[in-house]
Design a protein around this ligand. Structure first.
Ligand SMILES: Nc1ncnc2c1ncn2[C@@H]1O[C@H](COP(=O)(O)OP(=O)(O)OP(=O)(O)O)[C@@H](O)[C@H]1O
Ligand SMILES: [Mg+2]
Ligand SMILES: [Mg+2]
Length: 490
């Protein structure tokens, strides 16, 4: 087999659970459970690692419904300021999901996505070891089998980080916590739970307390645990599970030391993420460097610098073109879409007289997504002083290019192909939007590339510029950034 990055991505894509299997599991009510974690431990053993090895990574572990990735990026950015000074830490791993532009961006060392060559090299080492040692712990994972997509990437991250001498690794959970692949680490150095809400109901349950139960699964005895203000039912579950585990869970307010620190966007949710990140970074630094003592009165310059200069693409980004200002945000839950809407109106208002507004939206494969539209539409109208909504609303698929189809890194077998061809979801969205805002000009466009082209065509040649919001899915946003900046933008 040719062993290039593209070959690795094709092999990885073969580990996606096909749409039909996902559907069958959903209707049978099959969800990840303790067996998923036993399986992950077996694969870890097949690749040759023990808990002692994982402890060398000094893992900072983050779960939550929203803000996981942002929190992890803040922690990484703060720690990198200490690395740049000579450390500790000297080598920082960052594992996040999903990816925006390319799969390899989920595994970063010193804030940089690993190269295609590095990815391919380690990918096939893991791939082969799973075959060579295929019979280790046969009762936990079928002999000769390989883990599914996200679990494989988690396994790969441990191999990459341990091989590359990483001495602190920041981990975002995939889905949930208790049974998530990242939860094989028994001795993290700090755990954090960001804002909880409703998402992934098929896997985690349909109420915020059921979801909180899963996320609480990352707390470990002997390891400092932090969370932010939560809705009461979630807060209660977190507290109860912390007591059961003998964990001292600290609930953080917005850190008063953030006064004067420029957090972007300047919104409470982001200050919560930043506050959680501060506590996690302080705990990590205390573990790595006994001489490190946080001050209760002010943040060290490294923290301020790390927080102010964090890069977390696809979240609250603004890109100005000649006739369009693009606002790009990967929100994809009801709550976070309202945040995104508020942020969009705020940005437009701050810029002065604005041209027409256009929305480009998609969310594939989740039927409940149609209910996200109400909050999005109403928030934009409510937040606007003139009560104006979007003049144009474009619903597109996540297919990247009009001609060439998906970029390899975005191939997704988990969605119903017929739905995409017929634009079933997008038609449902359009019907709903008609009831929400009968005046809007609604368009259905088959690819991201064509949607962007259409939006550009709606802009007049004279000022004021068209104000576009692209949101609803990180896949949509990643594809859009690739088109706006060139395919390999990272
Ligand atoms: N604490 C928060 N509360 C509500 N919304 C948030 C919060 N933090 C971020 N968001 C919104 O959610 C979007 C995704 O943020 P982020 O990548 O940090 O989340 P995540 O938990 O990693 O999500 P996922 O992995 O499910 O995509 C952001 O663009 C922002 O609009
Ligand atoms: Mg999620
Ligand atoms: Mg994420």
């Amino acid at each position: 087999m040719a062993r290039t990055y593209n070959e690795a991505i094709d092999a990885l894509n073969s580990l996606q659970t096909p749409f039909a299997v996902i559907e069958a599991r959903r209707s049978a009510g099959i969800r990840p459970d303790a067996a998923s974690l036993r399986e992950m431990r077996a694969y870890l053993a097949r690749v040759g690692y023990t808990q002692t090895d994982l402890s060398k990574l000094n893992v900072v572990h983050v779960a939550g419904t929203k803000g996981k990735g942002s929190t992890c990026a803040f922690v990484d950015s703060i720690l990198s300021r200490y690395r740049q000074r000579g450390g500790p830490p000297t080598r920082i791993g960052l594992f996040t999901s999903p990816h925006l532009i390319a799969v390899r961006e989920r595994i970063r060392i010193d804030s940089v996505p690993i190269s295609e060559e590095t990815f391919a090299k380690y990918f096939f080492e893991v791939w082969d070891l799973l075959e060579t040692n295929g019979s280790v712990e046969p009762e936990a994972a079928a002999p000769g089998s390989r883990p599914i997509y996200s679990r494989f990437l988690t396994l790969l991250s441990y191999h990459v980080f341990l091989s590359e001498g990483v001495n602190v690794a920041v981990y975002e959970t995939g889905i949930g916590g208790e049974y998530d692949a990242t939860n094989v680490v028994d001795h993290p150095i700090a755990t954090g739970i960001s804002t909880l809400g409703i998402d992934h109901v098929y896997v985690l349950g349909d109420t915020v307390d059921k979801i909180a139960w899963h996320k609480a699964g990352i707390m470990k005895p002997g390891c400092p645990a932090f969370t932010v203000e939560q809705v009461p039912s979630a807060a209660e579950v977190l507290k109860k599970r912390a007591v059961e585990k003998g964990v001292d869970l600290r609930v953080l307010d917005v850190d008063p030391r953030l006064a004067g620190v420029k957090i972007r966007p300047d919104a409470t949710f982001q200050k919560r993420n930043a506050s959680l990140a501060i506590a996690l970074a302080e705990t990590a630094l205390k573990t790595l460097d006994p001489a490190f003592t946080p001050s209760p009165d002010r943040l060290p310059a490294e923290f301020v610098d790390g927080l102010e200069h964090v890069v977390w693409r696809g979240r609250c980004e603004v890109k100005a073109e000649d006739s369009v200002i693009w606002h790009v945000d990967g929100a994809h839950t009801a709550d976070s879409l309202k945040m995104a809407a508020r942020w969009f109106v705020g940005e437009c208002a701050a810029r002065g007289p604005a041209g027409p507004r256009v929305l480009i939206f998609n969310q594939q494969g989740r039927s409940e997504a149609v209910d996200f539209l109400d909050g999005l539409c109403n928030t934009v109208k409510k937040e606007d002083p003139k009560g104006k909504g979007f003049e144009h609303v474009i619903f597109c698929t996540n297919v990247t290019y009009a001609e060439a189809g998906y970029k390899r890194d975005f191939v997704n077998h988990q969605y119903n192909p017929t739905d995409i061809k017929k634009m079933t979801m997008q038609n449902i969205f359009a019907e709903r939007w008609k009831t929400l805002d009968p005046d809007a000009n609604i368009l259905l466009i088959p690819s991201i590339e064509a949607a962007i082209k259409t939006a550009r065509g709606l802009a007049g040649t004279d000022a004021p510029k068209l104000q576009a919001l692209i949101t609803g899915s990180l896949h949509l946003v990643g594809g859009a950034l690739g088109i706006l900046e060139g395919a390999d933008a990272l």
